[in-house]
Write a protein that binds this ligand. Structure first.
Ligand SMILES: Nc1ncnc2c1ncn2[C@@H]1O[C@H](COP(=O)(O)OS(=O)(=O)O)[C@@H](OP(=O)(O)O)[C@H]1O
Length: 367
C-alpha cells in the first residue's frame, strides 16, 4: 500500500494521483466508524470536504440536491471528500465531484440494521412511534412487526427509515419493483466498493487499497454502539418478520455480499487474510495507546467525547488515556471523537465559522 502525500502542507507534492472519495453513509451500519477514518485522513491531508449547508447531514430525508452542499472554500478547485448522511441521488451528486471520484458505501445484515434503526429512531420515525404507543408495556418492535402496514404511511417523509432503510438511503423506492434490476445495476456501476459491516476489517483493507492508506490510518474504534440493555434479542420468528418487511434490503445486501467476496477474491484471499491480521494487530496497538476505557455511558463522558443520544437508545463512548504526549493526545482524541464534534471541528477549520444550525421545519432523525 503506497503512501498518500500531503496536499496543502507541501509545494512539492500534490495528491492529484489520489482520487476524491464519496462515502455514502447509510444509517446504523457502522458508517460513523468509516467516516471517522475518512475525517482523520482528510484532516491530515488538508482535503476539501463537501459539507452540508445546514448541520451535519444533507437535508435528510430529502433526496440529495447539489444546493444542499456548502460552497467550495476559497483556494480549493474541487471537493476531495464527501461523507455525510444523505439520501442518494446519483445524477445530482456526480456533477459535484471530479469524474475520477471513488464511490464507496457500507451495508449491514438487514435484520441487525432494522433492529438498530427501530431502537434508535423509535421517537423520530412516526411509524415506530405509533407502534410504541399501541404496544403500551409490550415490546414496540414486536407490536410493529405484527402488522407493520397499519403503522406505516409511505407518504410521510419521516417514515423513510421504517422500511428497507438501506435501500432508502441509496435512493431506491422501496415500493417500486419495476425498476429494481436496473437500480441494482446502476448501484453496482456507481460504487467501486460496497463495504460489509459483518466483514468490517476485510472491507477496510479493500478501502485502504483503493485510497492508498497505511494500515495505521485504518485503525478504528466502533462508533455509536448502544448499551446492552437497548439491544433487543431476536428469535427466529422475529428475524423472519424483519426480513419479510425489509425484502428489498435483504436482496440488496445479498447481492452486494456476493459481489464483495468476488472483489476479495480479486484482491487475493491469502493476501487479504494477511492484511486483516496486520490491520488487527496495529489497531489493537493503537487502541491500547489511546483508549483507557470503552463502552462508557454518556453521563461519565466529557462534553466533547459524548456522542449524541437518541430519545430511545443510549449511545456509548470512550475515555482517552492520560499522560500522552501532545501529539498523541491530538491523534487519540480524533480517534474516538464522535461524528458531530469532528464534523463541527473540520467545518470550522475549512470555513472559519461555525456549522449552521438546523434548518427550520426540517425533519431529521437524530443520531
Ligand atoms: N466496525 C464495526 N463493525 C460492525 N458494526 C459496527 C462497527 N462500528 C459500529 N458498528 C455498529 O453500527 C451501528 C452504528 O452505525 P452508524 O455509525 O452507521 O450509525 S448512525 O446512523 O451514524 O447513527 C451500531 O450498531 P448497534 O449497536 O446495533 O446500534 C454499532 O455498534
Amino acid at each position: 500500500i503506497c503512501h498518500r502525500s500531503a496536499k496543502k502542507d507541501s509545494i512539492h507534492f500534490t495528491w492529484s494521483y489520489i482520487p476524491p472519495v464519496v462515502f455514502l453513509k447509510t444509517h446504523k451500519t457502522g458508517g460513523s466508524t468509516v467516516q471517522n477514518v475518512l475525517f482523520r485522513m482528510g484532516e491530515k491531508d488538508g482535503a476539501t470536504f463537501a459539507f452540508p449547508y445546514y448541520t451535519y447531514q444533507f437535508s435528510y430525508p430529502d433526496k440529495f440536491r447539489a444546493d444542499f452542499v456548502d460552497e467550495l472554500p476559497e483556494g480549493s478547485s474541487n471537493f476531495d471528500i464527501l461523507c455525510s448522511h444523505m439520501r442518494l441521488d446519483i445524477e445530482e451528486l456526480r456533477p459535484m465531484m471530479l469524474p475520477n471520484t471513488i464511490y464507496v458505501t457500507i451495508l449491514r445484515d438487514p435484520v441487525l440494521t432494522f433492529e438498530s434503526v427501530f431502537s434508535c429512531y423509535t421517537s423520530t420515525v412516526p411509524a415506530f412511534t405509533l407502534a410504541k404507543k399501541a404496544a403500551e408495556h409490550r415490546s414496540a418492535l414486536s407490536m410493529f412487526l405484527e402488522s407493520p402496514e397499519s403503522f406505516w404511511d409511505p407518504k410521510e417523509p419521516r417514515n423513510g427509515l421504517a422500511k428497507n432503510p438501506m435501500s432508502f438511503d441509496l435512493g431506491l423506492d422501496g415500493q417500486k419493483w419495476d425498476s429494481w434490476p436496473t437500480d441494482l445495476t446502476q448501484l453496482e456501476e456507481t460504487f467501486q466498493l460496497v463495504m460489509i459491516a459483518e466483514h468490517f476489517d476485510e472491507s477496510l483493507v479493500l478501502l485502504g487499497a483503493l485510497l492508498k492508506l497505511e494500515l495505521e490510518e485504518l485503525a478504528y474504534v466502533h462508533f455509536n454502539t448502544r448499551s446492552a440493555q437497548d439491544l433487543t434479542p431476536l428469535d427466529d420468528i422475529t428475524k423472519a418478520k424483519i426480513r419479510a418487511w425489509n425484502r428489498m434490503d435483504v436482496l440488496l445486501y445479498d447481492f452486494f455480499l456476493h459481489l464483495f467476496w468476488e472483489k476479495a477474491a480479486r484482491y487475493g484471499m491469502e493476501r487479504l487474510k494477511k492484511d486483516v491480521a496486520r490491520l488487527r494487530a496495529s489497531t489493537d496497538r493503537i487502541r491500547q495507546k489511546c483508549v483507557s476505557r470503552k463502552e462508557v455511558p454518556p453521563g461519565e463522558l466529557e462534553d466533547l467525547l459524548r456522542p449524541v443520544q437518541t430519545d430511545s437508545a443510549t449511545i456509548l463512548g470512550y475515555h482517552v488515556q492520560g499522560n500522552l504526549t501532545k501529539q498523541d493526545q491530538g491523534f487519540c482524541m480524533r480517534f474516538v471523537l464522535p461524528e458531530r464534534h469532528y464534523h463541527a471541528h473540520l467545518y470550522f477549520q475549512q470555513y472559519g465559522r461555525a456549522m449552521r444550525p438546523v434548518e427550520i421545519n426540517r425533519y431529521q432523525p437524530r443520531g
